[in-house]
Ligand binder design. Structure first.
Ligand SMILES: Nc1ncnc2c1ncn2[C@@H]1O[C@H](COP(=O)(O)OP(=O)(O)OP(=O)(O)O)[C@@H](O)[C@H]1O
Ligand SMILES: [Mg+2]
Length: 258
């Protein structure tokens, strides 16, 4: 098994990173894959959604793992979550100080996650990494450890592409330490092809990012409902349009990473 590691990154806040990680994980698992989610965001929203425990009760999270010893890996891995066939390495508020600790103490501050994930290669079909809304060391660690990256873009907002060229430049820098990193493309979130602003963002995203995923995700109140209920969309309402979009996304990813 060659494990695909996919970072979902964009330093723009609230563009749909966590939602993408959570529901892509559920759908990849539903297609028969073994999936691990790594939460690298101090807000720990992905952990709050899929974790059986509250992140504040978890002793070994991605924060301890990043600055600690390799032996912490088995403690950090939580096999069971609210989602079938999805495991989790929790995020936590402690990640707030991790970047400073990495800068001060690590030999290679951007490559701590990458070295720790080596041991997990072969155990999962997909590892999905939820990034925080910044381009600092946590996101660099995610990108340095990944085989692929998805960039969610909020389609319904005229500011959806703000800062995206910085992100593309950042990817070029990361490729110096991780030449394997492939851009799967921009993923349009809250997209409605009938709206002019969405069509504009689609064309601009295609130009600025260079790659666009065919699948787009529509706006739906089910997304917030699923988060509140800590459910996947396929459990909440498997026939809803937004769920089918995430299922389609999972299929597209599977065929693109082959
Ligand atoms: N397709 C959608 N339809 C409706 N609401 C959505 C959709 N996708 C995301 N949202 C909502 O938009 C908000 C931001 O989404 P999300 O938390 O996934 O973004 P994020 O990029 O992870 O944010 P942050 O940068 O803070 O980590 C959330 O309240 C989420 O429920
Ligand atoms: Mg998030």
């Amino acid at each position: 098994m060659s494990t695909k590691v996919i970072a979902v990154a964009n330093h723009k806040g609230g563009c749909g990173k966590t939602t993408t990680v959570v529901h892509l994980a559920a759908e990849l698992a539903d297609l028969g894959n073994k999936v691990l989610v790594i939460d690298l965001d101090p807000q720990a929203n992905a952990s709050l959604h899929i974790g059986l425990r509250h992140p504040s009760e978890v002793e070994t999270t991605s924060a301890e793992l990043l600055v600690g010893d390799l032996s912490l890996l088995s403690d950090a891995l939580e096999e069971e979550t609210n989602f079938k066939n999805v495991s989790l390495i929790y995020g936590s508020l402690n990640l707030g100080k991790t970047e400073d600790q990495l800068k001060d103490d690590a030999a290679r501050p951007s490559e701590e996650l990458s070295s720790k994930l080596e041991l997990l290669k072969g155990l999962y079909d997909y590892i999905l990494i939820d990034c925080p809304p910044s381009l600092k060391l946590l996101t660099s660690n995610a990108l340095a450890a990944s085989t692929h990256v998805i960039i969610p873009i909020e389609s319904g907002s005229q500011y959806g592409l703000y800062g995206v060229t910085d992100l593309i430049n950042h990817l070029s820098k990361i490729r110096r330490i991780n030449p394997e990193l492939k851009l799967l493309g921009a993923l349009l979130i809250k997209h409605d092809e009938r709206q002019n602003v969405c069509k504009l963002i689609r064309d601009e995203a295609s130009t600025q990012v260079g790659e666009l995923l065919n699948t787009t995700i529509p706006m739906s109140t089910k997304v917030n409902q699923a988060a509140i209920l800590q459910q996947s969309l396929l459990v909440l309402d498997k026939n809803t349009k937004v769920r089918k979009s995430f299922q389609q996304l999972a299929k597209e990813i599977v065929s693109r990473v082959k």
